[in-house]
Design a protein around this ligand. Sequence first.
Ligand SMILES: Cc1ncc(COP(=O)(O)O)c(C=O)c1O
Length: 439
Amino acid sequence: MQVKTITQTTQDMIDRRKRVVSDGVGIFAPTSAVRAEGAVFYDAEGREWLDFGAGIGVTTAGHCPPTVVAAIQKQAEQLIHACFHVSSYEPYIALCEKLVEILPHGDATKVMLTNTGAESVENAIKIARQYTGKSAVICYTEAFHGRSMMAMTLTSKISYKEGCGPFAPEVYRLPFPNVYRRPKGLSEEEFVQTEIRRLHDIFENTVPSSDVAAIIIEPVQGEGGFNIVPQAYFEALREVCDQHNIVLIADEVQSGFCRTGKWGAYEHYGLVPDLSTWAKALGSGMPIGCVIGKAHIMDAARPGSIGGTYPGNPVCCAAALATLDFMEKENLNARSVAIGKLMRTRFEAMQQRFPLIVGDVRGIGAMMAIELVRNGDPHRPSYDRGDVFIKGCWGQGLMVLVAGVNRNILRVLVPLVVTDEQLNKGLDIIESELEKIND
Ligand SMILES: Cc1ncc(COP(=O)(O)O)c(C=O)c1O
């Protein structure tokens, strides 16, 4: 069925939007989307865009995968809403069973469903507090955890939260162990050891461990610019949490579901968090997320203290089940690794060609980024050229997104159904735009 629209052009749409939609709902890119399939979408002018952003990491299984569309249609004909607090229904339970199977958190695992990433984070904090009977939460610089009040408090970047306070109390922030931007003269290992000491010191100089309910960290930061938690640091975090009865929460909202070549990025570390938060790719665009965790911690939440009217809506659950099924059948984890390899090879070649502007190439699996700097210096982020670069890519029909406090990190979140030909086409565009800003 064709969606009827009175909008003729992208500009018309943006003009209408500006008249009736709050400016607070920011516009990242001046484009429109009318329909989409696989790794491309089409704007109001019918122009094809190669999508290296996936609606911020959501359409990992591709735009409108036919089996997901069919599952949504079928479920919508049968049951759209019941509210899981009121009546139990199959898709919610089946989805939790599937999540427990693919993402076990120790011997016994339980799940609660949510609508969004921020909601997953809010609930994980509530569960951790009820389990430990403690209140403080430790988070990180360059973190992004969402826009609801606790999630926004945990988020680092000021432009997301300016003027929205007062924020939630009892939140403490550690510097993210950003290896690329480590102080000059420190080796990677020395730097990581310094940050581990800082982690231990926080209980001496900032908040006692007896007050701390949770530490929340993104194994690979999303909005922060695909900064990867060093192995030794994650191991230290696990130890510290065990030692002090602190709940370790891995926020996998952006890194989860095949993006890094595994279901969760934490799996690369050979350790298991106590709780983890998810959303985005799970529903292929339908609003669904979850908290997964050790059963005894999940069960510490008192009945009625987590949940809501809509979380785990039957149609969203059907979409999520079909998405996970598709990811498994198409082996998107393996595809993610292959995409990552291709991207890394191309990005490293670009770094060799433009060593002064491509400061860093990093990522796990298909969660790859390049950091744009001045004069090859990690401490001189190239904000203005990042903007010129991204606009150049848009001009060539490539949807790319930037990340990082300084908006100088190109992050790729391409749908994993992308073909090698499409991938190389997008990377050619990136290379040609880097050439233009190279000086
Ligand atoms: C790591 C992480 N956590 C939480 C969120 C918030 O998710 P949502 O926008 O679905 O609330 C995001 C969104 O980008 C994210 O990247």
